[in-house]
Structure formats: structure tokens, C-alpha cells
Design a protein around this ligand. Structure first.
Ligand SMILES: [Mg+2]
Length: 268
């Protein structure tokens, strides 16, 4: 039973959408965005691609936890936090179909929740730059729920001259155990239909609790999540951009298709 126990969270969760018949949860980096923002920072402002790749492999082989490897990568970025945000705002773009999909969800009152291993302030600042109507200072209605890690400013003035990641689940090897974002929906009495979109193996802990899993495939055909799903025979829908997600979610929400129909049509 102990492995099933929920890890202690040091950060609050947004309230769950307890009455929604459908909920969409999605990874941020490389799924909603065109590239991984943390990799971008490490490769360009930190110790660079080769060392990052080395730590990725340490993590994949099980010699190091994701939490510790990711922390080490971020520690190599000796730039003020504000500067990092500016770099991301200039270089990170959204998936070409995302805004379409997000607006459709909003219109249909389908909750959309971002579940990320990155730091919430970075996500908010990229989002509010790329989609100005989603602004952290605007009213609640225009806010997207973000369940991620946080940042701690470690300089004396607390301005972010120096900083470190604050993990949501410091005792978990994932730093943020994404399954904890989706499980409360799984336990609701009315059993909402849960859609999850991701691209990496770190998404699997949450993805396995979804009814319909979407695995993002990069332009070069690469997808860690899709490869993993194929190997482990996990049913999923591959997608190149969110227009495909929109089409398939619409099939279920408006088109009278069941999740099983969609999965079958996608070759599962
Ligand atoms: Mg990702």
C-alpha cells in the first residue's frame, strides 16, 4: 500500500472542477509549446546540451531521480530569474492548434488544466505573452489552472538574482508527481471523461489514469510518450498539433462517439 500513498504536497492545488462532465489535462513543455522551455534554458544559459543529455541518460537508466537531475540542470543557469523569463518569452511558441482548441474548450465550459514539471511563473509569463487575453492579473475567468512546481528566490533581496526550483512533492523522485493532479477527478462519483495530452515519459503517471490519452509527436516523428505507449501496449491517440486533439475530443463531446470508438479508429 505504501507505494500507492499520495506524496506530501508543499504547494496548494487549484479547486477541482467537481461537476464537469469532461476535463482536459495537459503537459506544458513540448506539448502545448513547440519546444521544452527548461531544456532551452539549460542548453542556452546553463551548462549546455551535452551535459544535459548526460543527466537525461542517468535519469533514464535509473541511476538518478528526475528530481535531482532536473535540479542540477537548473542550478547551472546562473542568470537572474527575470532574465530567464524574458528569454523564454522571446523563444517559446505555442503549438499551432492550441489556441483554437483552448478557445473551443472555454466556449464549451470544459475545464483545461496544465500539469507541468516546470515552474509556474515561467508558464504564466509565456502564456500571457502569447495569449494576451490570458493574463495573470485579469479576472479568474481568463485564467488557466496550472499545477506545476514553483520558484524560490534565494538572494537576500528576494528579487530572483539567484533562485532555485521549489518542488511540489519534494519527497517524490519526480519532484512533481503528476498523477496527483488527475486522481481527484478519477475518484468523482459521476466519472467525468478525462482527456490527457503529453509528450514525455514523465507524463505517464498521470496519463495512465486518463480515459483518452493523446501523445504528441514532433515534426521529425519522435515521441518518447508514443514509443513508450507502443512498447507497453497503452492505448493512445498520436497527434502532431492540437487541431487533431480538437477533432477527436469533439467526436466524443459532440459527435456521440465513445472513447473506445475513437481509440479503435486510431488503430488501438
Ligand atoms: Mg513535456
Amino acid at each position: 500500500m505504501s507505494t500507492e500513498e499520495a506524496p506530501r504536497s508543499v504547494l496548494p492545488y487549484p479547486p477541482i472542477h467537481a461537476d464537469a462532465p469532461f476535463v482536459v489535462l495537459s503537459d506544458w513543455d513540448g506539448t502545448i509549446t513547440d519546444k521544452d522551455s527548461n531544456d532551452y534554458l539549460v542548453d542556452n544559459l546553463g551548462f549546455g546540451f551535452d551535459k544535459r543529455r548526460e543527466l537525461n541518460l542517468e535519469c533514464l537508466s535509473g541511476r538518478m531521480t528526475f528530481r535531482d537531475s532536473f535540479k542540477e540542470m537548473l542550478e547551472s543557469i546562473n542568470h537572474p530569474f527575470e532574465e530567464c523569463k524574458e528569454v523564454l518569452k522571446k523563444n517559446i511558441k505555442l503549438d499551432s492548434g492550441f489556441l483554437n482548441f483552448y478557445n473551443w474548450c472555454k466556449n464549451k465550459k470544459i475545464p483545461f488544466v496544465i500539469v507541468s514539471s516546470g515552474m509556474a511563473p515561467n508558464i504564466k509569463s509565456v502564456l500571457s505573452t502569447l495569449i494576451p487575453e490570458i493574463n495573470e492579473n485579469q479576472n479568474k475567468e481568463n485564467e488557466i489552472d496550472i499545477i506545476a512546481n514553483e520558484v524560490l528566490f534565494t538572494d537576500k533581496e528576494k528579487k530572483g538574482k539567484t533562485w532555485e526550483i521549489q518542488y511540489r512533492h519534494p519527497e517524490s523522485g519526480f519532484g512533481h508527481d503528476k498523477s496527483q493532479a488527475i486522481l481527484p477527478y478519477r475518484n468523482l462519483k459521476h466519472k467525468p471523461i478525462l482527456f490527457f495530452c503529453g509528450d514525455g515519459v514523465s507524463d505517464l503517471s498521470a496519463a495512465k489514469h486518463a480515459d483518452l490519452l493523446f501523445a504528441k509527436v514532433m515534426a521529425n516523428g519522435h515521441s518518447d510518450l508514443k514509443t513508450y505507449c507502443e512498447r507497453e501496449h497503452i492505448k493512445h491517440v498520436p497527434f502532431r498539433d492540437f487541431n487533431k486533439v480538437l477533432e477527436r475530443v469533439k467526436d466524443v463531446v459532440e459527435g456521440g462517439k465513445s472513447v473506445e470508438d475513437v481509440l479503435k479508429e486510431e488503430g488501438n
